[in-house]
Design a protein around this ligand. Structure first.
Ligand code: NAD
Length: 496
């Protein structure tokens, strides 16, 4: 296993406040590499004091040069951040692989370049967006012009999870900065390292001190909760579990903060009888096992037209065996470990329940790993069948490399089962008939539906879920709107 370069990442991942690394007050916790289980650093655990210091630094930046900077100048800085993210791609890959154990080539080929793409896309969008003007004539004959402006909110808190750490943080940070806000980021306590590197990159790119701050620590009772509680943090953009969203909403209600929530999912794929079977099998395997099933968009329920069902299940089980877990630095490795011991235990409990009541067609076990990786948190790609629709493995988000496949007889039945979920983040429809694809997609209760594909993202499109999968939309102008206060200035005049 390649070690993380220590030249760029210090032993303790510290808070970054007001353009400086913050001396930790003593409380730290070990960081473990999920591929080996070995300690590879320590995390400073912040709380109210660190959040208070970050708010003060952020406010000073807002009242200082950042607050006076033009939108065009801010966007030029964001482009510089994008350039430097790509220049330091290998440092970022090492940091992300160290924190998550994911295959290095996945991080290098799409996940981390996406962080740079986030900065470029939101800079371009913010630059080109025009303010709206509404003209009318009043009852007493005056010409009236309403100009709609978008102003920064002020201090915004970004709370992100561990599955795609830098990708998800930059998806919020880029539009927040484009709109002129100042940021306090709270990365996951499992994956803090790329946020530290991002802070360094922002400073090198020339962002004024205090514009981008990072406070590390736990969620409930730690830095996350302190951030949500702080009266001067005016908005929280959160990505994580639905249950955490509920608790953040309760805390934020005291301060009446603006909230954007990207939450959990229990995403369904529907394979109609005219689907290209091979494409559907390979696509479903990818949508279930990519990032070890730890993408909020991952498919965990697959509904297959009965004539295709047996062949589909046999082929998917075969395909699962091609997702070989192994050393993240080896090119052939497709599957990384699960993020933590706790998360692996959770998945094992679900697997035990599935084995009791249904059929395990692939995986369901902890794989035997080669030397050096035995201490990591591995779990084999898993396919279950024959579980009832109310089984916990079919109803609850597992967030691991697992999926359940069930047959259906009519399109109506497929939709009924797919929609009988408290979640509604993403869906996939496999069919060769475009009209049918549209009909089924429109009735699927999901914020995002892919036809014959998965996780194809145009950053200008809205992203988010319905039901327990989220509140609000990010992506494109939806992010720019969330991260700004829309104001109207009304000017009447008498043309006569
Ligand atoms: P999580 O909710 O446990 O933690 C996410 C972040 O919230 C972490 O930084 C954590 O420290 C913080 N946090 C936890 N409790 C908090 C509290 N009470 N107050 C403030 N902050 C708190 O989620 P996770 O386990 O890190 O990530 C996995 C979950 O994220 C899954 O449910 C997955 O579906 C979801 N997710 C959703 C999306 C999406 O876009 N919809 C994307 C990725 C992940």
């Amino acid at each position: 296993m390649k070690a993380m370069p220590t030249a760029t990442v210090p032993e303790v991942r510290r808070h970054f406040i007001g353009g400086r690394w913050f001396e930790e007050t003593g409380k730290t916790r070990p960081l473990r590499n999920p591929a080996t289980g070995m300690v590879h650093g320590r995390l400073a655990l912040g709380g109210e004091a660190e959040v208070e210091a970050a708010v003060r630094a952020a406010r000073a930046a807002l009242e200082g040069p950042w607050g006076r900077m033009t939108l065009a100048a801010r966007c030029d800085l964001l482009d510089k951040v994008a350039d430097q993210l790509l220049e330091r791609l290998e440092d970022l890959v090492a940091a992300e692989v160290g924190d998550t154990g994911k295959p290095a080539h996945e991080a290098r080929s799409w996940e981390l370049p996406r962080a740079a793409a986030n900065f470029r896309a939101f800079a371009a969008l913010a630059r080109s967006r025009a303010d709206e003007v509404f003209r009318m004539r009043s009852a007493d004959g005056l010409e009236v012009m309403n100009t709609v402006l978008r102003a920064p909110i002020g201090v915004v808190g970004l709370i992100v999870p561990w599955n795609l750490p830098l990708l998800l943080l930059t998806f919020k940070a880029a539009p927040a900065l484009a709109m002129g806000n100042v940021i306090i980021a709270k990365p996951s306590e499992e994956t803090p390292t790329t946020a530290c590197l991002l802070a360094e990159i922002m400073a090198e790119a020339g962002l004024p001190d205090g514009v981008f701050n990072v406070v590390h620590g736990l969620g409930a009772g730690g830095a996350g909760e302190a951030l949500v509680r702080h009266p001067e943090v005016r908005a929280i953009a959160f990505t994580g579990e639905s249950a955490t969203g509920r608790s953040i909403m309760a805390t934020a209600s005291h301060g009446l903060k603006a909230l954007s929530f990207e939450l959990g999912g229990k995403n369904a794929a529907i394979v109609l009888e005219d689907a290209d079977l091979e494409a559907a099998v390979a696509g479903t395997a990818r949508s279930a096992f990519l990032n070890t099933g730890q993408v909020c968009l991952c498919t965990e329920r697959v509904y297959v037209a009965r004539p295709l069902y047996e062949t589909f299940v046999a082929r998917l089980a075969e395909e699962a065996s091609r997702w070989v877990p192994g050393d993240p630095w080896q090119l052939g490795t497709r599957l990384g470990p699960v993020i933590s011991e706790g998360q692996r235990e959770r998945i094992r409990r679900y697997a035990a329940l599935a084995a009791e009541s249904g059929t395990v067609r692939a995986g369901g076990v902890v794989p035997v790993m080669s030397e050096g990786l035995e201490g990591g948190w591995w779990f084999a790609p898993t396919v279950w069948t024959d579980l009832g629709e109310d089984h916990p493995c079919v109803r609850e988000e597992v967030f691991g490399p697992v999926c359940h496949v069930a047959p259906f007889d009519t399109e109506e039945d497929a939709l009924k089962m797919a929609n009988a979920s408290p979640y509604g983040l993403a869906g996939v429809v496999w069919t060769r008939d475009l009209e049918r694809a549209m009909r089924v997609s429109r009735r699927l209760e999901a914020g995002l539906t892919w036809v014959n594909s998965w996780y194809l993202r145009d950053l200008r499109t809205p992203f988010g879920g319905v039901k327990a999968s989220g509140i609000g939309r990010e992506g494109g102008v939806w992010s720019l709107d969330f991260f700004s206060e829309t104001r109207t200035i009304c000017v009447p005049w008498d043309e006569s």
